[in-house]
Design a protein around this ligand. Structure first.
Ligand SMILES: NC(=O)c1ccc[n+]([C@@H]2O[C@H](COP(=O)([O-])OP(=O)(O)OC[C@H]3O[C@@H](n4cnc5c(N)ncnc54)[C@H](O)[C@@H]3O)[C@@H](O)[C@H]2O)c1
Length: 252
């Protein structure tokens, strides 16, 4: 129970990797504020997590809407008392596979909003509370696309936003270490989630696996174990770090 009695906000937690992280957090004793736009998914996750005996509450939140997110942040502080952990996982988007020539300005803006500005918005919503408490753990989701100018799926805008996440995370670590606040990045590659299934059929996913040293896809539950560790006090000397979870893809 690495996160017993800690209060965590997890964005994008009605599905995909965020949901896997939320479940692992609840298994480790954390109370979870689920932030997502998918109301049905939120309800299902809330019920699922409460079975672990923790407080779990869904909040319909569009992480690209700065004002809405600030209000929901205040609501969570009222409901939970304090926020100890923020996991910025919401991301992806319909047009992530578009290259520069095919992207129009509004598609670019939407992808940057969802994959970079969202982390700014949500961090702003919790940071003052973390400073007050002199305690905070932030884990931001980048992607191998952010390390390699694009991955096997995401291209120009997605790669730019995910590279930005790495810079933002380091800046947060630098600015707020003095207040006991940690910030780290995870950069996954292929984990089969609704994001991947919306862009590829099963045969294409199988083909994609050949690109990895380990010739397989990542298990969301195992990635979630890493996020639990980074959000826990066991990661006592780890901040401003980047963890790739990519079967060796960014290495070779
Ligand atoms: N799955 C992978 O292989 C992979 C690889 C690299 C990076 N990532 C990153 O991991 C994160 C999670 O990816 P995933 O595969 O679980 O994606 P997903 O699309 O399967 O799930 C994303 C979740 O975020 C929610 N969401 C989308 N837009 C939102 C918004 N504006 N406000 C609030 N919630 C919103 C969705 O409703 C959904 O529940 C993303 O940041 C993604 O870029 C994923």
């Amino acid at each position: 129970m690495r996160l017993e009695n800690k209060n965590a906000v997890i964005t994008g937690s009605a599905g995909g990797l965020g949901a896997a992280v939320a479940e692992k957090f609840a298994q480790n004793g954390a109370n979870v504020a689920l932030w997502d736009m998918n109301e049905k998914g939120l309800e299902e996750m809330q019920t699922k997590l409460q079975k672990y005996g923790v407080i779990a509450k869904g909040y319909k939140a569009n992480v690209t809407d700065f004002d809405e997110v600030q209000q929901i942040g205040q609501q969570v502080i009222q409901d939970f008392g304090r926020i100890d952990i923020l996991i910025n996982c919401a991301g992806g988007g319909r047009d992530i596979a578009l290259g520069l020539r095919d992207l129009d300005k509004s598609q670019w803006d939407k992808l940057i909003d969802l994959n970079l500005t969202s982390a700014f918005n949500c961090t702003k919503a919790v940071i003052e509370n973390m400073i007050e408490n002199h305690y905070g753990k932030i884990v931001n989701f980048s992607s191998v696309a952010g390390l390699r100018g694009g991955g096997l799926l995401g291209k120009a805008a997605y790669a730019s936003a995910k590279a930005g996440i790495i810079g933002l995370t380091k800046a947060i670590a630098k600015e707020f270490a003095q207040y006991g606040i940690y910030a780290n990045t995870v950069a996954p590659a292929l984990h089969v989630t609704p994001l991947i299934e919306a862009n590829m059929n099963p045969a294409e996913i199988e083909e994609l696996k050949k690109n990895f040293l380990l010739k397989t896809a990542g298990d969301p539950g195992k990635l979630a174990e890493l996020v639990v560790f980074l959000a826990s006090d066991d990661a006592q000397f780890i901040t401003a770090a980047l963890y790739t979870v990519d079967g060796g893809f960014s290495f070779h």
